[in-house]
Ligand binder design. Structure first.
Ligand code: FES
Length: 158
């Protein structure tokens, strides 16, 4: 694994991004207000590249079962990897497009395995597995990234 695909390979955030991120954490807790001065694009900034993960790594144990999901950060992207079926995985931006709640598995994200939908429990926006909005208040789709898993090694193209 090279450094650009390491789970810890995250570029340094600008001060503004950092403050927006702090706000996103606050919103995840309070779940009430928009973040002043933060744009969706700012929270989505990241560079192109690949993120590799190993299903045998305990860090990704959540993906052992269908319906499992795992947060990851790479190249400036905060993503959520979801195991949709035995062979299908999806990767989506993890910050809700409404007011940026973090939809990590132990935060505001809830994956409905039967419906194959991701709900942001902050205000109940619902997203399809390809990221498009099924129910608001969010109006903008989550960015979706291609995922290929071969012999237990996953590759997300960011
Ligand atoms: S932050 Fe409001 S629905 Fe997700």
């Amino acid at each position: 694994m090279n450094s650009s695909s390491s789970p810890t390979a995250v570029r340094a955030a600008t001060r503004r991004e950092f403050l927006c991120s702090l706000g996103a954490v606050g919103v995840a807790s309070a779940a009430l207000t928009a973040l002043p001065g933060c744009e969706v694009a700012q929270l989505r900034e990241g560079t192109s590249g690949e993120f590799q993960f190993d299903l045998a790594n305990p860090t990704f144990a959540n993906l052992a079962l269908v319906g499992g999901m795992q947060s990851a950060e790479a190249l400036g992207h905060k993503i959520l990897i979801i195991r949709v079926s035995n062979a299908e995985y999806v990767a989506l931006d993890r910050l809700c497009t409404h007011v940026f709640c973090d939809m990590g598995p132990d935060m505001a994200g809830h994956w409905d395995k039967a419906a194959e939908t991701l709900t942001c429990v902050c205000h109940d926006s619902v997203f399809a597995k390809d990221g498009h909005v099924l129910a608001g208040p969010a109006t903008e789709a989550l960015t979706s990234y291609p995922v290929v898993v071969t012999n237990g090694i996953g590759l997300v193209t960011l």
